[in-house]
Design a protein around this ligand. Structure first.
Ligand code: BGC
Length: 752
């Protein structure tokens, strides 16, 4: 395909028509020019390819449902998530799907977001690492991805119209950061814009977002596709950099595009830019097509492996788990029979098979089962409860399979509370009265309140663990496998503790991100709010010790890459994996910053007794915050603590380093600048001191020249005073507005 030649051949009408899909899942073909149509399908944790001409238009082919992103992220396992990506890529090649829609790397602002299960984390670094692995895996098979939903799609309530008010620093440091890193490092073929508005503009027509940031600042070269139905004004969209509208506009928007070009409102070159991107995507997918088959059972086994690695052992008092195989065990709760393993909406996979925990223990005579509750009804069933209590009384230990029923969380709406259904909580209470050895296995896409946390001995969080979740559960419960997942989000004690609580999902059509950068653990730590389970927490059946931390350089400059090394030893008696987390904490900062932030992690599998040296590499970006003064990230000089931790609440080793910025934040000084801004730069402070000495500015009213302590006092008083006030406060005629302006000019010459 010679794209330049085709662009010359295409009529204006043909160009306009290419700018939206042929139907729900295909781009348009233009036969006379040999432009084929390509197919896209959802994602992200399985292939949801629609069966063509099926009676029900939503029928998808049989495929494999891998664990959802909420679970996957807890694995902290770049390699295995990459394997899943490769498996998805193979399925797409075999099924002739050119682009699989996903992954989503939106930040979990509130636990209530109905679509949290499709997102990775409350932390941008972790979210980006998972998205990068996913995308690289898929794309290594010659299949494209669509990183979504760009940007700040953090709630489902009024998701298609909500107006989000987000300040610049928060947007870049939290909500865009995961996209930025993923786009730069994984180069997704496409990016899907979100439905919502950010600061007054729909993402689908937001030039600042789709062109200035995405393409100019981050260097994105792929195609931008709308979320399905996210287009409001198609012409504005083209001007903003939205290449492809999906699904088909059925020609409705073509005529606006043609009219806008004819009237001069839209430069045809801008239209050509979009058409070029569409042709490039088609060309890339045609060139990447290969014959491929996929092995359902192999992918099912991969789904189980992912579920095993994603499960988080939240608590395990008295080492209740792993269960003793010879004990009498009662499995209680309908989720043992019908596990909830995926969320609702566009990511819903038609699994070719599923395994429940009950199926996985078939034939084991030590296990009895009582359903305990009905998933079909949102109410207690006394007969089932009685049966469950009886089973619990007769057992040595009880495993309760609890969780959120399907209707509680889905794409399209948010949860209204963070509780498990009351009939499950009541049942758990009743069972705790008759048996003290209780483990709870959870199935949910987002945190739930855990009022029974003190009453049960063990909690195993499976999230939405994919179609093989049941066999994974059994392997973990009986110790055939060792849990190693770590929470990718905080479990607050209660919903009201969450930083977005007062501003979620917003009033009328507006939501204010008033908590700013303090999302998830960044907030709980800063406010010293006790949480139920901390970000990064997860237990194991073995123990790990950290030793011998070494930092290659304790004085770090902007161009350095520092290595941080540590030895991790499995000191227990079982093989297992540990996720070592690296956090960076500024000891002081000129702006409000979180206590610490995740800047690295490594997952390491160790046989019992085995040790391994782990190496992290850090550059200046690990110390940075987003400065609105320079509209960019800035790493400030100062002391920082690097900690190596087993969870955000379990620091094992730490070291202090000093980071040296090559230059201070470039500031444009004016007469309105504060004395403090000047004093923030040591040389600036010296200049101000000189000025004070020479002119005798006196805050106390007497006319004497200042020296010694008085200068110190004057400098302190000036911290919060604009420079121009020195003119009025000075009792000497020497200090004039002109003189102060000269001082400002001098400052700008030196530091601006
Ligand atoms: C969802 C997208 C999805 C698309 C196609 C939209 O409603 O937000 O995530 O890829 O539908 O199904």
């Amino acid at each position: 395909m010679d794209i330049d030649a085709i662009l010359k051949e295409l009529t204006l009408e043909e160009k306009a028509s290419l700018c939206s899909g042929e139907d729900f899942w295909h781009t348009k073909a233009i036969e006379r020019l040999g432009i084929p149509s390509i197919m896209v399908s959802d994602g992200p944790h399985g292939l949801r390819k629609n069966v063509e001409n099926a009676e029900n238009p939503n029928t998808a082919i049989k495929a494999v449902c891998f664990p959802s992103a909420c679970a996957l992220a807890c694995s902290f396992d770049r390699e295995l998530v990459g394997e899943m990506g490769k498996a998805l890529g193979e399925q797409c090649q075999a099924e002739e799907v050119s682009v699989i829609l996903g992954p989503g790397c939106n930040i979990k602002r509130s636990p209530l977001c109905g679509r949290n299960f499709e997102y990775f984390s409350e932390d941008p670094y972790l979210a980006s690492q998972m998205a990068i692995a996913h995308i690289k895996g898929v794309q290594s098979k010659g299949v494209g991805t669509s990183l979504k939903h760009f940007a700040a799609n953090n709630q489902e309530s009024r998701r298609m119209s909500i107006e989000e008010i987000i300040d610049e620093r928060t947007l870049h440091e939290i909500y865009l950061a995961a996209f930025e890193q993923t786009i730069k490092q994984a180069k997704p073929w496409t990016v899907m814009c979100s439905y919502n508005k950010i600061n007054g503009v729909y993402s689908s027509q937001n030039k600042h977002l789709l062109t200035d940031i995405l393409r100019s600042d981050w260097g994105f070269e792929g195609l931008v596709v709308s979320d399905w139905g996210a287009v409001d004004d198609r012409v504005k969209g083209i001007k903003a950099g939205l290449d492809l509208e999906m699904p088909s506009s059925m020609g409705k928007n073509d005529k606006y595009i043609v009219k806008a070009v004819n009237s001069g409102e839209l430069d045809e070159n801008e239209l050509d830019k979009c058409v070029r991107k569409i042709l490039e995507l088609i060309q890339k997918s045609v060139q990447s097509k290969t014959e491929m088959t996929w092995d359902k059972e192999r992918h099912h086994a991969l789904a189980e492996k992912l579920s095993l690695r994603s499960a988080v052992l939240l608590k395990n008092d008295d080492k209740l788990l792993p269960l003793d195989k010879s004990a009498k065990i009662a499995f209680i709760g309908a989720f043992a029979e019908q596990p909830r393993y995926q969320g609702g909406g566009s990511s819903h996979i038609n699994s070719f098979k599923t395994v429940s925990a009950l199926e996985a223990v078939e034939g084991n005579e030590n296990i009895t089962y009582a359903r305990g509750f009905n998933l079909e009804k949102d109410e207690s069933d006394l007969v089932l409860e009685e049966e469950a209590v009886k089973a619990a009384k007769n057992a040595d230990c009880v495993v309760i399979f609890a969780g959120l029923p399907e209707a509680f969380e889905s794409e399209g709406y948010d949860r209204t509370h963070m509780c498990l259904p009351s009939y499950q909580l009541e049942l758990i209470d009743k069972l705790c009265e008759v048996n003290e050895n209780i483990a709870v296995v959870l199935h949910n896409g987002s945190p739930v309140e855990l009022p029974f946390d003190d009453k049960v001995k063990a909690i195993l969080e499976m999230y939405l663990g994919g179609q093989a979740v049941g066999s994974a559960e059994v392997k973990l419960l009986f110790g055939e496998e060792n849990p190693s997942g770590k929470l990718a989000e905080t479990f607050p004690e209660k919903l009201e503790d969450n930083p977005s609580y007062l501003n979620f999902p917003g009033d009328d059509n507006t939501v204010r991100y008033a908590e700013g950068i303090f999302v998830g653990y960044r907030y709980y730590e800063k406010k010293k709010i006790a949480v139920c389970y901390a970000f990064g927490h997860g237990l194991s059946y073995t123990d790990f010790e950290y030793s011998d931390m070494k930092v290659s350089d304790y004085e770090i400059s902007e161009t350095d890459t520092v290595t941080v090394q540590v030895t991790v030893t499995n000191t227990g008696s079982r093989d297992g994996a540990e996720v070592v987390q690296l956090y960076i904490a500024p000891k002081q900062a000129s702006v409000m910053r979180p206590i610490k932030e995740l800047k690295g992690f490594e997952r390491v599998y160790l046989k019992a007794g085995e040790s391994r040296r782990i190496v992290f590499r850090l550059d200046k970006s690990a110390f940075a915050y987003y400065s609105e003064k320079i509209h960019d990230f800035y790493s400030e000089s100062g002391e920082y603590t690097i900690s190596l931790s087993s969870s955000s609440a379990d620091e094992r080793l730490s070291a202090d380093v000093h980071f040296n910025a090559s230059k201070p934040l470039p500031i444009r000084f004016t007469l309105d600048s504060l004395g403090g801004d000047v004093q923030a730069i040591p040389e600036g402070k010296a200049m101000l001191e000189e000025l004070l000495k020479s002119i005798g500015v006196n805050m106390t009213g007497n006319d004497e020249r200042l020296d010694g302590d008085e200068i110190e006092i004057a400098l302190k008083m000036l911290l919060d005073m604009p420079l121009h006030t020195m003119v009025s406060f000075s009792k000497t005629k020497e200090i004039t507005r002109e003189k102060m302006q000269q001082f400002v000019d001098k400052l700008n010459e030196k530091f601006g």
